[in-house]
Ligand binder design. Structure first.
Ligand SMILES: *Cc1c(COP(=O)(O)O)cnc(C)c1O
Length: 721
C-alpha cells in the first residue's frame, strides 16, 4: 500500500462499522489479505464458523458494539487504511486498460458463465470452470478492462460434501441466506428493479436481476425464485448442475437469452460477447433477434454481425462435458425464440448440428457457440490441437490445422491464490515486484530471495495447512461418531518433516485419483519409508450422478482408514475455494495425473506455483507447455496407449518411479543447515518461469489482444495456435 493512501486525511465522517459494511459489499475484500485479517480479528471463531462471510459477521453486531470491539482491538487505523485503499481502487481506471482496451469503454465485454467461483462465501460454482471465471473477472477488475459478467444465482448452490462412516460421499444442499450476500437490486434507468421475462411454449419464465460488485466489475445474476413463476420454475435456479436435461436447457435459456435481456434493460450495449463454455450460446441468438428488430436486418446478416462480436471459449475435450439437447426439448422450450428469428424447428436444429441435415443429431451448444462466433479458443496449446481435431467436421472444406480455433492458456489470479506470507516475503525481497506484474524479468528477482527465508515461509504455511487438516479430520470423525481414540489420533496425523503431496480436483474418472495407490505394495514402501516418508492429502467432489467418481473417493478413504496409512494419507471433505487455498499454499508438491489429453488446462497447479509448491504432473493441459525440465517434475513422456488400462498401468508405474528416483531424493537432500538447496532452486525456477505466464492478468491481456479488441472492431491480431 502506498504512503499517499496512508497520509490522506480526508474525513469521510463514516464510522468504522459503516466503512466495514461498505467494504463487505464489494468482493474486492476477498483478495486483500489485510482486509480479510480485519474481519478475522473481530471474531476469529465466528469468522470461521460463518464461512468467512463478512456480511454475516457484521450482522451479528449492533453498530455501537462493533465500535467497541474495534476500539478494544485498536484496529481503527487498519480499517481507515483499508477503506481509503478500497475507495481509491474503485474510483480509478488503470492505465493498462486505457492504453490497451480503449474502445471497450463505452461498449464493454459481456462475459457469460453458468458459474462464478469468487470466494467460498458465494457458493455459485462447482469447480475449475467457475473459479476460472472468477479469476477472469478479478483480473479484468485489476487491469480495468471494461467488462460486465452475467450468470445465475443458485440459492442452494452446489452440494456440500461429507464422507460417511462407510467411506461414501454424501451430498447436502444448503440454503444460502440471501441477506448475507452482497446483493443489490439491478435497476433500470428510471431506478426501477428489473425483472426479465423469457418465453417458452409452456409459458413465460421470470427472473429478477441481482447485482454484485467484484472490484470494478459488476456481476449480474438472474434468479428465478419469484412469485410470478410457477412452483416448478421457481426451482429453476435453485441448484447448479442439479436436475435433468429439461432443467438444464431452461437454465441455459434463462442465462443466455435472459442475460442479454437483462443487459438491455440496464442500458448496457455490449461491444463483445464472451461465452465461457457452450452453456451460454443462446445469448448470441437473443443478440441476433434484437439486431433484427432494431435494424430490420435479415437473420443471416444479423448472425454475421453478432458472430463478429462473439468470443467463444471451449473448456473440455471430454464428450460428456458438452451439452446435447433432444429435438423435443428444443421444440418445447425454444419455439418462441426460433419463431422470433424467422426460423422453423429444422433450420434451428441445424445451428446446433455438425451435419445440418442429419435428423439424428441432437442440438449441441458447443456447435452453436462455434458457429455463432468468429473467435473460438481452447484453453491450452495442446487442448487447441485436440479441439481442432474434435470439431474439424464443422468446416468440411478445411484441413484440421486450418479449423478456426486458437488457444489462450488459462491462468490464475495471483492476489487470490498467493499466501499473504509469500506476498510479504516477495515485497520485502524483490524491489520491483508486484502481484499484478506479468513481466518475466521482475519475477526473476525471486532468485535474489534468501533461500532460508523462502524455505521458512514455506514450512510455516505447511504447518498452517496441517492444523487445518487436523481440525477438519477431527470434526469429521466426531460427526460420524468415531471412537475417542480415533479423534485423539487425528491430532497427530501428518508429519511436518515429511514430503507432502497434494491432490485435489473433481473426482472424474479421467483425473485418476486412484493412480498413485494402484500398486499398493510399492505405495506402502514409499509412504512408510522410515527415513524418507511421503504423505498425501486428497480432496475433491464427485458429481452426484458420477458413480465411478464416487467409487474412487471411497477407494481413497479406504486407504486413509487403513491403520497402515492413517497418519500419512488424508482425504479432506468438501473441496471448495477455502480448502483449495489451504492446500495449494501448504503442500510441497502438487500432483496431477489425468489421462492425456483429457485435461484441457487445469489451473490448481498454477496456484501451487505461486506458493513455491512444485508441480508433479502428466504432460497434459497447461503442464505440457509449462514444463522445461527444471521447474518441476513430469510423469511419462506424453505417450498414450489405445487401451486405457495399459495407459493407466504405465502412467501409474512412471508416477511411482519419478517419485522414488527424482522427487523424494531431491526433497531429502539437505545441506549442513538442513536446507534442501536443490529443491529450493526448483521452487525458484518454478516461480520465475511460470508465475507470470500462468497468471490471469496475462490471460486477460491475451483475451484483450487476440479476441476482445478484434471483436470490438479494433486491430485484428491472429490468435496463437
Ligand atoms: C482451482 C480450482 C479448481 C480447478 O482445478 P483443476 O486443476 O483445473 O482441477 C477446482 N476447484 C476449486 C475449488 C479450485 O479452487
Amino acid at each position: 500500500m502506498t504512503n499517499d493512501i496512508l497520509n490522506q486525511t480526508v474525513d469521510t465522517g463514516l464510522t468504522a462499522y459503516q466503512k466495514c459494511v461498505e467494504i463487505a459489499h464489494n468482493l474486492w475484500w476477498s483478495w486483500h489479505p489485510d482486509v480479510v485479517e480485519i474481519f478475522r480479528l473481530v471474531n476469529p471463531q465466528r469468522w470461521r464458523e460463518l464461512g468467512h462471510n463478512p456480511i454475516a459477521l457484521l450482522r451479528e453486531y449492533k453498530p455501537e458494539e462493533f465500535e467497541q470491539v474495534i476500539t478494544d482491538l485498536a484496529i481503527h487505523t487498519r480499517i481507515n487504511v483499508a477503506y481509503r485503499h478500497f475507495k481509491k481502487y474503485v474510483g480509478e481506471r488503470p492505465l493498462w486498460a486505457r492504453q490497451h482496451a480503449g474502445v471497450l469503454a463505452s461498449r464493454p465485454v459481456a462475459y457469460f458463465s453458468l458459474e462464478f467461483g469468487i470466494h467460498e462465501s458465494m457458493p455459485i460454482y462447482s469447480g475449475g470452470l467457475g473459479v476460472l471465471a472468477g479469476d477472469h473477472v478479478k483480473s479484468c477488475s485489476g487491469m480495468g478492462v471494461p467488462l460486465v459478467a452475467v450468470g445465475l444465482f443458485y440459492d442452494k448452490g452446489y452440494f456440500n460434501q461429507q464422507i460417511d462412516a462407510n467411506g461414501n460421499q454424501v451430498e447436502n444442499y444448503v440454503d444460502t441466506d440471501v441477506a448475507n450476500l452482497p446483493f443489490e437490486p439491478a435497476l433500470d434507468k428510471n431506478g426501477n428493479k428489473i425483472t426479465i421475462e423469457v418465453n417458452t411454449k409452456s409459458g413465460p419464465i421470470y427472473a429478477r436481476v441481482r447485482r454484485i460488485r467484484v472490484g470494478r466489475v459488476d456481476l449480474y445474476l438472474l434468479d428465478a425464485d419469484l412469485e410470478e413463476n410457477t412452483a416448478e420454475n421457481r426451482e429453476l435456479t435453485s441448484t447448479l448442475y442439479g436436475g435433468d436435461q429439461k432443467r438444464r436447457i431452461l437454465q441455459e435459456l434463462l442465462c443466455g437469452v435472459g442475460g442479454v435481456r437483462a443487459l438491455t434493460a440496464l442500458g448496457i450495449t455490449p461491444g463483445v460477447y464472451h461465452l465461457n463454455e457452450g452453456h451460454n450460446s443462446f445469448a448470441t441468438l437473443e443478440a441476433v433477434r434484437q439486431k433484427m428488430v432494431k435494424s430490420g436486418m435479415s437473420f443471416e446478416a444479423a448472425t454475421r454481425d453478432v458472430a463478429q462480436q462473439t468470443v467463444f471459449t471451449t473448456h473440455t475435450p471430454v464428450a460428456a462435458g458438452h451439452d446435447y439437447f433432444e429435438k423435443s426439448l428444443v421444440e418445447q422450450y425454444l419455439e418462441p425464440l426460433y419463431k422470433a428469428l424467422g426460423l422453423d424447428l429444422d433450420s434451428f436444429m441445424a445451428l446446433g448440428r455438425k451435419n445440418p441435415k442429419d435428423d439424428d443429431e441432437k442440438f449441441c451448444m458447443t456447435i452453436l457457440g462455434m458457429k455463432l462466433s468468429r473467435y473460438a479458443n481452447a484453453v491450452s496449446s495442446l487442448h487447441g490441437v485436440v479441439t481442432r481435431r474434435m470439431w474439424k467436421g464443422l468446416w468440411p472444406d478445411k484441413r484440421e490445422e486450418e479449423a478456426p480455433i486458437g488457444h489462450i492458456t488459462n491462468g490464475v489470479h495471483v492476489p487470490t491464490w498467493m499466501a499473504p506470507q509469500i506476498k510479504s516475503l516477495f515485497e520485502r525481497s524483490m524491489p520491483g515486484w508486484s502481484e499484478e506484474s506479468i513481466d518475466p524479468t521482475i519475477w526473476s528477482e525471486v532468485y535474489d530471495i534468501d533461500s532460508g527465508d523462502l524455505w521458512e515461509t514455506h514450512c510455516a504455511l505447511k504447518n498452517r495447512l496441517f492444523d487445518f487438516a487436523r481440525r477438519r479430520v477431527g470434526r469429521q470423525l466426531t460427526r460420524i461418531g468415531a471412537s475417542a481414540e480415533a479423534i485423539e489420533e487425528a491430532k497427530h496425523i501428518l508429519d511436518p518433516n515429511a514430503l507432502t503431496i497434494g491432490f485435489a480436483r473433481r473426482f472424474a474418472e479421467y483425473k485418476r485419483a486412484f493412480l498413485v495407490v494402484q500398486d499398493e505394495e510399492k505405495f506402502d514402501q514409499l509412504v512408510n519409508n522410515p527415513d524418507r516418508p511421503v504423505q498425501f492429502i486428497f480432496a475433491g467432489k464427485a458429481h452426484p450422478a458420477d458413480n465411478i467418481g464416487k467409487d474412487v473417493i471411497s477407494r481413497i478413504v479406504r486407504v486413509q482408514r487403513n491403520p497402515k496409512f492413517s497418519r500419512r494419507v488424508i482425504f479432506l471433505e468438501d473441496y471448495d475455494i477455502n480448502v483449495a487455498r489451504h492446500l495449494v499454499q501448504g503442500v510441497d508438491v502438487w500432483l496431477n495425473n489425468p489421462r492425456r489429453p483429457q485435461e484441457a488446462s487445469g489451473t490448481s497447479g498454477q496456484k501451487a506455483v505461486l506458493n513455491g509448491a512444485l508441480n508433479f504432473s502428466i504432460l497434459d493441459g497447461w503442464w505440457a507447455e509449462a514444463y522445461d525440465g527444471s521447474n518441476g517434475f513430469a510423469i511419462g513422456d506424453g505417450s498414450t496407449h489405445v487401451d486405457s488400462r495399459v495407459t493407466d498401468k504405465r502412467d501409474g508405474d512412471a508416477l511411482l518411479d519419478v517419485l522414488e528416483h527424482q522427487v523424494i531424493p531431491t526433497y531429502y537432500d539437505r545441506n549442513e543447515h538442513g536446507l534442501p538447496i536443490k529443491w529450493i532452486r526448483l521452487m525458484k525456477n518454478s516461480i520465475a518461469t511460470l508465475a507470470w505466464r500462468f497468471s490471469s492478468h496475462r490471460m486477460v491481456a491475451d483475451y484483450v489482444q487476440y479476441a476482445y479488441m478484434p471483436a470490438a472492431g479494433g486491430l485484428s491480431v491472429k490468435m496463437p495456435r
